[in-house]
Design a protein around this ligand. Structure first.
Ligand code: FES
Ligand code: FES
Length: 155
């Protein structure tokens, strides 16, 4: 079926099978491989994207659900060479180890900061509650989100 949506600020028009997962459309058809597949069943958050600003597990929705929506993947965060404050803060705080969870973490954090410019630790924990990280122990990730929030408030 024909789909039209905005992806990382650009209009996309394409055909996709109705039973294709949004994750596969993004990675395999559109070639945006920043979005990761971990569990494939809604448990790890590695595949998180924003759909109309809401963090969504792209492994759980079919591509036609993107029709008419505004979609952002991790590739949409940076502005050219300039990293998004969240990306910079993750690097500066050492919140990235293997990096597999990072795109999903960033997108969940982006959804949070778009709604709440000064989140508490608990609010950050809740926002990334669906994102599993096997490496960092989460403390540095939470610090990074707090740091990015502060930088964005001060901008
Ligand atoms: S791959 Fe989608 S939640 Fe794990
Ligand atoms: S940095 Fe490795 S899973 Fe999070």
């Amino acid at each position: 079926m024909e789909l039209e949506f905005i992806l990382n600020g650009e209009a996309v028009r394409m055909d996709a099978p109705p039973d294709m997962r949004a994750l596969d459309l993004i990675r395999d058809v559109l070639g945006l491989t920043g979005t990761k597949e971990g569990c494939g069943r809604g448990e790890c958050g590695a595949c998180t994207i924003l759909v109309n600003g809401v963090a969504v597990n792209s492994c759980l929705i079919y591509a036609p659900k993107l029709n008419g929506k505004t979609v952002m993947t991790v590739e949409g965060l940076a502005r050219g060479e300039k990293l998004h404050p969240l990306q910079k803060a993750f690097l500066d705080e050492g919140a990235v180890q293997c990096g597999y969870c990072t795109p999903g973490m960033l997108m969940s954090a982006k959804a949070l900061l778009d709604e709440n410019t000064d989140p508490t630790e608990e609010e950050i924990e809740e926002a990334i509650g669906g994102n599993i990280c096997r490496c960092t122990g989460y403390v540095k990730i939470i610090k990074a989100v707090q740091r990015a929030a502060k930088e964005m408030r001060d901008e």
